[in-house]
Design a protein around this ligand. Structure first.
Ligand code: FMN
Length: 226
């Protein structure tokens, strides 16, 4: 008999597979929240190099039990950010929820479903000091139910000043890719310049090859520590 965990894992897997369509940003895409089509041209990463100004990395990540990695003390995206910080020397702002998510994966699935369905804006701790000082801003996290978690919406609503920055989406996922980060961010910052994003599988983020991937990506962006 199929137990509850298996049923939930299967439902996430089907969502992952469904998300694969959404994750191909080149041909066409779908707006993460409204379901509206995004024209192919708009949905393309602009590529190119970042400017010489200051860089900030903003991220959300959840430690605890997760898809394919067991119970971890540091979330998958946090590991990716460790590489990014080492390579860029950038400042980092972690979006820490006021009310933490459960350690249990299954319970988190339920909380995330309720937040998404209710268009909830979970509160986060602290604030970014003088966000105006940054020119380049990485924004990332995991994929939850095919999209960035709702707390990323809370962050974007709190920082409209990012509208004219250079934004680099990134994150970790279980197979869906991170294309939905750019479509979500474009809702808040349609005029921003977007550089090439990077999504890494959460299950392989701790492998040496993932650090190399991050290194190559940051080199392409021109954001290696001077
Ligand atoms: C509530 C929840 C929903 C998820 N939904 C998806 C999904 O739709 N597609 C996917 O590829 N991965 C999904 N995952 C897997 C995470 O995106 C992946 O494990 C990610 O690396 C977690 O990053 P973190 O440890 O930084 O939070 C989900 C994980 C959770 C907890």
């Amino acid at each position: 008999m199929m137990n509850k965990t298996t049923a939930i894992l299967l439902s996430v897997l089907s969502l992952v597979l469904a998300g694969c369509d959404k994750a191909d940003p080149v041909a066409s895409g779908t707006d993460a929240t409204t379901g509206a089509s995004i024209p192919a041209e708009e949905n393309k990463d602009s590529g190119g190099k970042a400017g010489d100004g200051k860089t900030l990395i903003v991220f959300f990540s959840r430690a605890g039990e997760n898809w394919q990695v067991g119970t971890v003390e540091r979330g998958n995206t946090a590991i990716m950010v460790d590489y990014m910080k080492e390579i860029t020397g950038a400042d980092v702002f972690e979006i820490v929820p006021e009310s933490s998510y459960p350690v249990s994966y299954n319970e988190t699935l339920t909380v995330a479903t309720n937040e998404k369905n209710g268009k909830v804006r979970p509160k986060f701790k602290g604030k970014v000091e003088n966000i105006e000082q940054y020119d380049n801003v990485f924004i990332g996290g995991p994929i939850w139910w095919g999209e960035p978690p709702m707390i990323l919406h809370t962050f974007c609503e709190a920082y409209p000043a990012l509208k004219d920055k250079t934004i680099i989406p990134f994150g970790t996922h279980g197979g869906s890719g991170v294309g939905s980060y750019k479509s979500m961010l474009q809702q808040y910052y349609p005029e921003a310049k977007y550089l090439e994003s990077l999504g890494i599988s959460g299950a392989s983020v701790r492998d040496a090859g993932s650090k190399t991937q991050v290194q190559e990506w940051i080199k392409e962006l021109g954001l290696e520590k001077k």
